[in-house]
Design a protein around this ligand. Structure first.
Ligand code: MG
Length: 340
């Protein structure tokens, strides 16, 4: 099967389709939640038991990234991490996923296999099964290679964490350097030949933030995907009706990200990440939470980057290294299209 290509007839619902679905399913070892109906039943839907009186989180995301293979990951790892991270930053434990693949006729089966393997590996690492799925094939030229739509489910075990929860006095923490994903993709697309390696940070943040969530001291949290750090902070500021003051010197950004952003005229604060979380935390717990993050491989460059204040609600203000101030607004459009 791996030396073949995806044919239009494989989306047709007949025997050819069964072969394609079998090929896809064969990549995944986790196909159901314990005691639930999973993908192996090929029923009309999946089921999963949930703890009584618990609150569920549900999120969905379509992935249309270009290129589909990039340094640090591919559309498959992105489709898992992107969706699961949205579940986690709500304060939930990820439980199950669904995945819909929309594939262009002529797509190499070997490339599909690489993408599926990345998805399966990440699901395994998270111990989250894909319990339902859909596969469509579109005629050549009507879609650009492949699009993946994933839905994630999670269970809130403590209390949900909303964008609106930041309070004056809270500290702002990033779990690591910003802008890696967007800049890595753009450098790839623009054919920039860089001396330093620029790699997407695509990764699930669950194991990194799990213990931090359990402290109960996180007041707001978000993953800085489209819109980057600036998008996240502006959402916190407007929904929590507070201002956020960021100390520019403390924001971790890799030198290569700064360099490429300068070449291409981009603001790193607007560029997407796919393996980070930005949170506001109770001030008395900030140092302890920072240490918890730093003890995890994905959080070794975590930093306290600012604080929440009551004055000027709705604004994000950057305190620059030369002692000035500037307002950080949300990007007007998407500075880099098709990053997720
Ligand atoms: Mg999000």
């Amino acid at each position: 099967m791996k030396d073949k290509i995806v044919e239009l007839s494989m989306g047709g619902g007949g025997r050819k389709m069964d072969e394609l679905i079998e090929f896809i399913r064969s990549h995944f070892s986790l196909q159901q939640v314990k005691d639930g109906v999973g993908i192996e039943s090929l029923d009309d839907g999946a089921t999963f038991p949930t703890p009584k009186e618990s609150e569920l989180v549900l999120t969905t995301d379509g992935h249309t990234v270009d290129p589909i293979f990039f340094t640090g990951g591919n559309i498959g790892s992105l489709a898992i991490a992107g969706t699961i991270n949205d579940v986690c930053v709500m304060g939930a434990k990820p439980t199950a996923m669904t995945s819909a693949l929309i594939i262009e006729e002529g797509f190499k089966m070997s490339d599909l296999s690489l993408i599926l393997k990345s998805m399966a590996d990440m699901c395994q690492e998270l111990n989250v099964p894909i319990i339902a799925g859909d596969t469509k094939v579109m005629p050549k030229g009507t879609i650009d290679k492949i699009a993946i739509v994933t839905t994630g489910f999670g269970v809130i075990e403590g209390k949900a964490i909303y964008d609106s929860g930041a309070k004056p006095g809270d500290k702002v923490i990033t779990t690591g350097p910003i802008g890696d994903h967007g800049v890595a993709l753009l450098a790839h697309r623009e054919g920039l030949n860089l001396q330093t390696e620029l790699k997407s940070d695509v990764a699930p943040v669950y194991s990194l933030i799990k213990s931090v969530i359990e402290t109960g001291k996180v007041t707001a949290m978000k993953d800085p995907t489209r819109g980057g750090l600036s998008g996240v902070l502006n959402e916190f500021a407007s929904k929590s009706e507070v201002s956020i003051w960021i100390n520019e010197e403390n924001v971790p950004i890799r030198p290569a990200v700064v360099a490429v952003s300068e070449i291409l005229g981009l603001d790193p604060y607007h560029i997407s990440c796919e393996g980070k979380a930005i949170m506001t935390v109770k001030p008395e717990s900030a140092e302890e939470i920072l240490q918890m993050l730093k003890n995890h491989p994905l959080g070794k460059d975590a930093a306290i980057i600012g604080e929440v204040k009551e004055e000027k609600p709705g604004y994000v203000i950057i305190e620059t290294s030369i002692g000035g101030h500037r307002i950080l607004e949300k990007p007007i459009g998407e500075p880099i299209p098709r990053v997720c």
